[in-house]
Design a protein around this ligand. Structure first.
Ligand code: NSS
Length: 443
């Protein structure tokens, strides 16, 4: 491996150069000399000609290295370069209709920046083994596309909230109370006191609306759930919104506009990538914010068609949502669950919670949970006590009902759940850079 040297092409910053060329831009540089930095993606040799496909963050391109047209050391370096070696290439861009991106680079110099002997991913490496080396598998073009689309999803969500006049806030992750019930809390020692990793930012967002009225946040949420389903993580990226002076009807309206905006934006901006995942960009691009709404009771009847043993009053688990959502083509709301299976903070009407879950169609299931909140002090205190929780710990939360309480609503959307549905990923963990599940905190 040679010493890192500065060179004639790149823009220099201190002693390390910022890349001047990304592979995606080569099509605009036909006939020009370029310098490419990247990693060896594929390689093949035909006698005096070596083809190295190089990848960077933006794409892949084929480099042709002809013996005699390059210094001998470059030809030897190309011959020796392993898959995933980092390399630097100088060459001339040539039009080539058959090639990915429509161009090929005729090499004039190639050097290996660092070798990569025995890169441990083989074609037959199994899914668990691939997760053990996630720090390496995230170099795959599939992971690259997923990560880029996740960024696009987050960007579109922020655009939406911004456009609707929401303020972004930054709630804590270390918590003194449970937001979603004690069963799924990760606890930790906080200087001799017990603290928890946040399950939801909701309670703190509720406090923030008394100052900023309409707020949202994007935070990691943690659930100590041993559920080994294809849609449960122990850590996920949670978009949450909370709105003052807002009832459940308007809450649902905001959610359907949010999801539609995200889908429209991805359908428009990531059409090629969606096609790589066998998804029709037009489905997302043309989606309209007119989602169907059904009552919990109707959901129970639909589920009972295939699962007659499913009882009214039970929560919808993975299996139930799977059969229910097969009936729909677009996301839809299931409204008014029995209060007995919903969280203490939801507003109650009769035996029902003023709430709805937004379900993704085709077997994917819940992507948003939302509700109108209980704004009455007495009812809320009774609910917390009934959960067996210590009222003292919730004093600050109860203050929100003591000082200028307002009708308010909000929701939480799992970023990875939404992305899993959009790309029809087999498992939610593919939507994470480094997935955290009950069996995995490594790497
Ligand atoms: O538990 S939720 O249904 N609701 C809340 O946490 C509310 N306190 C949010 C709020 O109103 N501010 O979770 C909301 C969403 C849910 O619909 C999923 O999309 C996602 O968060 N979620 C998860 N994603 C991945 N893995 C797990 N374990 C998970 N749990 C919830």
């Amino acid at each position: 491996m040679g010493v890192w040297t500065l060179h004639t092409y790149g823009v220099t910053r201190g002693s390390i150069a910022l890349k001047a060329y990304y592979i995606k831009d080569l099509a605009e540089k036909i006939g020009q000399d370029v310098e490419i930095y990247g990693w060896v993606y594929r390689k093949r040799r035909h006698g005096k000609l070596i083809f190295v496909v190089v990848r960077d963050s933006s794409g892949i391109v084929q480099i042709s290295i002809r013996k005699g047209s390059v210094p001998e050391e470059s030809f030897e370096a190309a011959k020796a370069a392993d898959i995933e070696s980092s390399i630097r290439v100088l060459g001339v861009v040539k039009e080539d209709e058959r090639a990915t991106g429509g161009v090929e680079v005729a090499c004039t110099m190639l050097e290996v920046v660092a070798p990569s002997p025995d890169f441990p991913i083989q074609e037959d490496t199994g899914p668990e083994a691939l997760l053990d080396i996630r720090h390496l598998t995230l170099r795959s073009t599939e992971s690259q596309k997923i990560m880029k689309m996740k960024m696009g999803l987050v960007k579109a969500a922020r655009e939406f909230f911004d456009g609707e006049g929401f303020y972004e806030v930054f709630p804590p992750i270390l918590m003194g109370v449970a937001g979603e019930g004690g069963g799924t809390l990760f606890s930790l020692d906080y200087f001799g006191q017990t603290a928890y990793l946040s399950q939801t930012a909701q309670l703190h967002l509720e406090a923030a609306i008394f100052s900023l009225e309409n707020v949202y946040s994007l935070t990691p949420s943690f659930r100590a759930e041993k559920s080994r389903t294809r849609r449960h993580l122990t850590e996920f990226s949670h978009f949450e919104a909370e709105m003052a002076w807002c009832d459940q009807k308007e809450n649902e309206g905001i959610q359907e506009r949010l999801v539609t905006h995200i889908c429209n934006a991805l359908g428009e901006r990531y059409a090629g990538d969606l096609e790589c995942f066998d998804q029709d960009p037009a489905y997302f691009r043309d989606m309209e914010p007119t989602f169907e709404r059904i009552l919990y009771d109707e959901a129970v009847s639909l589920i009972q068609e295939t699962r007659p043993d499913f009882c009214f009053g039970a929560d919808l688990g993975f299996e139930e949502e799977k059969v229910l959502t097969e009936h729909f083509e677009y996301p839809f709301f299931v409204q008014r669950f029995p209060m007995s299976i919903k969280a203490f903070y939801m507003k109650q009407e009769g035996d029902r919670a003023v709430c709805a879950d937004l379900e993704a169609p085709g077997g994917y299931g819940e992507i948003i949970g939302g509700s109108q909140r209980e704004d009455d002090l007495e009812s809320l205190m009774a609910r917390i006590a009934a959960e067996g929780e210590d009222l003292e710990k919730y004093e600050w939360y109860l203050d929100l009902r003591r000082y200028g309480s307002v009708p308010h609503s909000g929701f939480g959307m799992g970023t990875e759940r939404l992305l899993r549905w959009i790309l029809k990923l087999d498992h939610i963990r593919s939507a994470c850079l480094f997935p955290r599940t009950p069996a995995r905190v490594y790497p």
